[in-house]
Design a protein. Structure first.
Length: 353
């Protein structure tokens, strides 16, 4: 083995150690869905680091198939991790596993296909991976302004976007290989980037608070300090003013209302309003905060016999929803019912003696 090859092996070994340490950092202290998918992604990233160096396959022979399966699913697992971390969905959705399973099935199909078909399957595998990573970047950018969890807002750019960019680069390189172009010269660079990413991830997640990962069976927070009484009173007054404005002036109906605009209305710094809505009112996302008020207005209208002939679409749009798709998803997530079923049940109950 040449010195360059030995050095690359050492760097890849360090990267694998880094990703395993990152899995421990993400997993310690709870079992939220974002933690579970994060651990799976870290294991897949470690597996991907190993499978890029086929020379070590004999040493890992007993576990090679499992390592390979994790590796080919890595883009799908990264996508699932990013969605769980940033989207704040209330319920587990089995379809989150579909991309990872699809990538694994494509990889398995490639191993038993003829050479010509195998190249096409591998190209399709990488195109799907690229699309998933592009969607991750879209998710990161879309929710940046409305994110109320400060530790998560800081994390959006530097770590997960870097991971997505790296995955896109790998997709391009591997697609070139599928078309017959060698990328061997880029292997040491890929190893160095993987090591750097694993270390950056460890630094980012090692001291991350439980709020980053959303609802779940989290361990108790280590910081037991409480804010000063003056700050508590100030926040209580601000919360009361905010509730009055939302209830009386129905600010949730205003199209395009932002955290900055609402903070200006309240004459308070934006960071304080973010903290108030997140830590005192319990919302992780500004749009979720607005939707709480919108959904409350919609539910009151649907249960009002005087409005039984008013179309549901009119009620939803009047309440501030920009379109029916987001409204229907938010309503079902909140109530477990469709708007029409909720109206039927509410009016039936109100008609009962």
């Amino acid at each position: 083995m040449s010195n360059a090859a030995a050095l690359e092996l050492l760097v890849r070994g360090a990267a694998v150690g880094g990703f395993l340490a990152l899995a421990i950092a993400i997993g310690r202290g709870g079992s939220a869905r974002a933690r579970v998918t994060g651990i799976l992604f870290c294991l897949a990233a470690a597996a991907h680091t190993l499978t890029q160096l086929p020379e070590i396959r004999p040493a890992l022979a007993p576990a090679w198939e499992f390592i390979w399966a994790l590796s080919v699913s890595a883009a799908g697992l990264f996508w699932a991790f990013a969605i769980e971390l940033f989207e704040d969905r209330r319920r587990f959705e089995p379809q989150r596993a579909v991309p990872a399973v699809a990538l694994l099935l494509l990889g398995l199909s490639q191993t038993i296909a003829t050479d010509a078909i195998a190249k096409g399957l591998w190209l399709a595998h990488n195109i799907i991976g690229a699309l998933l990573m592009a969607h991750v970047l879209f998710v990161i950018a879309r929710g940046w302004k409305s994110d109320l969890v400060e530790s998560r807002r800081r994390l959006r750019g530097p770590v997960l976007a870097a991971g997505a960019v790296y995955a896109l680069a790998i997709t391009i390189v591997e697609s070139g290989e599928a078309l017959g172009r060698s990328a061997q010269a880029l292997s040491p660079l890929a190893a160095a980037l993987l090591f750097a990413m694993s270390m950056a991830g460890v630094l980012a997640f090692l001291r991350a608070d439980a709020a980053l990962f959303g609802p779940g069976k989290e361990a108790p927070a280590q910081d037991t300090s409480t804010p000063p009484a003056e700050l508590e009173e100030e926040d209580a007054r601000a919360a009361a003013i905010l509730e009055r404005l939302m209830r009386e002036e129905r600010l949730s109906r205003e199209p395009g209302l932002t955290v900055a605009a609402l903070a200006a209305r309240l004459r308070m710094p934006e960071y304080r309003l973010r903290r108030l809505i997140n830590q005192r009112l319990g919302h992780r996302n500004f749009n979720a905060f607005l939707n709480q008020w919108r959904l409350g207005e919609v539910k009151d209208a649907l249960a009002d016999r005087a409005q039984r002939e008013v179309p549901i679409s009119t009620i939803a749009l009047d309440a501030g929803f920009a379109s029916l798709g987001p409204f229907n998803r938010a309503f079902r997530a909140e109530t477990g019912l469709t708007p029409s079923a909720f109206r039927a049940r509410s009016l039936g109950a109100s008609a009962a003696p």
